[in-house]
Design a binder for this molecule. Structure first.
Ligand SMILES: Nc1ncnc2c1ncn2[C@@H]1O[C@H](COP(=O)(O)OP(=O)(O)O)[C@@H](O)[C@H]1O
Ligand SMILES: [Mg+2]
Length: 585
């Protein structure tokens, strides 16, 4: 019940809100009693003095009731909203820090619904749920008790249908909640489908699949319609049950109370109190049943939220005090590194042994799936190898604070992801501090994007569409390079991020990178061998994730093997003017 403790953080406000509940409810009952008694006195006497006293009392009770009711809602609902925001924030903070492996196995849609639907279910249960429950707990016994003092048998007689309505609601509300969840899920599905189809509109059009996608959308809509119908049915049933019990209660009051009134054993004013208090007690009872039905869902949500909060990152936080003595130099080494993905059956990397001195450059090549991206991810401690050690300046990454292990690195992922924010903000994202406009312009220039950015409608303030759809693949890749350069990293890690850039721009860009980053360590994985040709050392990985060949470009083309074959193939294609296969890995 960790979230319950979070809820209780606001106990002062909660306590004040809870105190207001009996005050509001008693004053509500008091107005009924005042009017009922006034009715009888009007019949019995013709004086008017007491009438004005009653009116004053009535006004005071009504104002007090309104005040306390507002107060109770204000405090409790506001607390529940704060709780919601805090829990959401905490959950987000936790999730965004969890390791890469966790996000790899989680569907982002699931995480989003944990963050929204589950937190909302908890809020409803703890906030309004608490308020309505306490309200009912106060008003039902007070009212029924009071009515029984007026007429014991009539009091008992109306108690029964009231208890029935609570039980009916408790029975029906799980169904109501279930159907409304189904409606929400199918709505989410519709928007997910539409979003995906609009996002992938080029593929849809390219394959001329508009009609098929429309049919798929129709199926989602039909599902939603069916769910809405089910929900409507459940609601209709609930309303019918509530109205039925309502009418039954009034029938009981009319028959039993009416007979007693004819006998003159029950004054008319008391009969009025029966009617009015029944009306006032009914809704809290219905709410109580509704909350009871919400309970299973709140418990399930609480469990899911708890499980997430209890998930620990597989990357253990290192002990403090083992920080690098000086700013990182950028020397990297992998010693006997072996790595297998949690879901992988065979190792992605085995026996990797390599050393890159500060300022040196390493190329990583090999067939698709040989482990290039995996090797690069280990450098930034996105994951820990099961075997061997990865070191930065001789220190095991596992013994460095994450901020230091990653802080020295500018990482450009294979998938050039951009946020839907202004262009320049995507670059600023990479920097640890603030960047001036001139610095951003300089980075854009280093990434060979200046001319293209100038042609954007609003220059570097142009908003980038979702996942950067308004940019070409090559433009996105170069923007990601500028983002990595923004932190002026000691180590630049490029994961096949020039595949969509033409060879000419590529060599210009590599030249600039070399110039601008003198002393910077560079590790670059590539499909196109020309990208790595100038590296101090090149590793050729085999399909099994071992080192098949190593050496400089000149050494590697001089001997038989995958490198020379691939180099010759790519050179032939290049001279024939055919595009190089890019971005396949
Ligand atoms: N998240 C993952 N979970 C399980 N296996 C993975 C994952 N990512 C990559 N692999 C597997 O690990 C191997 C190496 O992948 P990767 O490093 O991406 O290769 P490359 O970048 O050289 O194409 C491949 O066999 C791939 O299928
Ligand atoms: Mg890759």
């Amino acid at each position: 019940m960790a979230y319950f403790r979070r809820f209780l953080r606001h106990r002062t406000r909660l306590l004040l809100g809870v105190l207001a509940i009996p005050l509001a409810q008693s004053l509500d009952v008091a107005t009924t009693i005042l009017v009922g008694q006034a009715l009888d006195r009007v019949r019995q006497s013709s004086e008017v003095d007491w009438l004005s006293t009653t009116l004053w009392l009535l006004a005071a009770a009504a104002i007090g009731h309104a005040f306390f009711r507002f107060w109770q809602r204000w405090l409790i609902v506001v607390v529940s909203r704060r709780f919601e925001v805090e829990l959401k924030q905490e959950l987000f903070d936790h999730l965004v820090r969890l390791d890469f492996a966790f996000h790899d196995r989680s569907r982002s849609g699931d995480l989003v619904s944990r963050l929204t639907a589950d937190v909302e279910a908890l809020r409803m249960f703890l906030g309004p749920g608490l308020m309505y429950t306490l309200g009912a707990v106060v008003i039902v016994p007070i009212s029924l008790g009071w009515l029984m003092t007026l007429n014991l048998w009539l009091g008992l007689a109306i108690g029964l249908p009231m208890i029935a309505v609570g039980l009916i609601m408790k029975q029906l509300s799980p169904r109501l909640h279930r159907e409304s969840t189904a409606v929400q899920e199918s709505l989410a599905d519709i928007s997910h489908r539409a979003q995906e189809d609009f996002g992938g509109v080029r593929v849809v059009k390219g394959y001329h699949r508009e009609a098929a996608q429309t049919r798929r959308f129709e199926r989602s809509s039909a599902q939603n319609r069916d769910n809405q119908v089910q929900l409507g049915r459940a609601r209709g049933l609930t309303h019918a049950a509530i109205n039925g019990s309502f009418d039954l209660t009034f029938a009981v009051i009319l028959v039993v109370g009416g007979l007693a009134a004819i006998d003159r054993t029950l004054p008319i004013g008391d009969l009025f109190q029966f009617v009015d208090l029944t009306l006032k007690v009914f809704w809290p009872l219905i709410a109580l049943g509704w909350i009871a039905g919400m309970y299973p869902r709140a418990v399930a949500s609480a469990e899911r939220v708890d499980t997430l909060l209890a998930t620990r990152s597989a990357l253990e936080a290192p002990a403090a005090g083992t920080e690098l003595a000086a700013p990182a130099q950028g020397g990297l080494s992998l010693e006997g590194v072996g790595f297998t993905y949690p879901k992988g059956t065979t190792p992605a990397l085995q026996g990797i042994e390599v050393r890159v001195p500060p300022g040196g450059s390493l190329g990583v090549v090999g067939p698709t799936g040989c482990g290039k991206s995996t090797l690069l991810l280990l450098l930034g401690r996105q994951m820990d190898p099961q075997e061997g050690t990865v070191r930065l300046d001789g220190t095991d990454l596992r013994s460095l604070p994450l901020a230091q292990a990653r802080g020295a690195l500018g990482y450009v992922p294979q998938d050039a992801f951009l946020f839907s924010v202004p262009y320049a903000d995507n670059i600023r994202f990479g920097a640890d501090g603030e960047l001036s406009d001139a610095q951003v312009a300089e980075l854009i220039d280093q990434a060979a994007m200046t001319e293209e950015v100038a042609r954007f409608p609003e220059g570097d303030r142009t908003l980038i569409g979702e996942r950067g759809v308004t940019l070409s693949g090559g433009q996105r890749q170069r923007t990601c390079i500028a983002r990595a350069l923004a932190r002026d990293p000691r180590v630049l890690v490029l994961d096949d991020c020039l595949s969509a850039v033409d060879t000419e721009t590529e060599s210009r860009l590599l030249g600039t990178l070399r110039e601008a980053g003198s002393g910077r360590t560079v590790v670059v994985a590539a499909h196109r061998l020309s990208t790595v040709a100038s590296c101090d050392e090149i590793l050729v990985l085999s399909e099994e994730g071992t080192i098949a060949q190593r050496g400089t470009h000149e050494e590697l083309v001089a001997c038989d093997g995958w490198y020379r074959d691939t180099w010759e193939q790519q050179q032939r294609r290049e001279s024939q003017g055919a595009p190089n296969p890019g971005g396949a890995a």
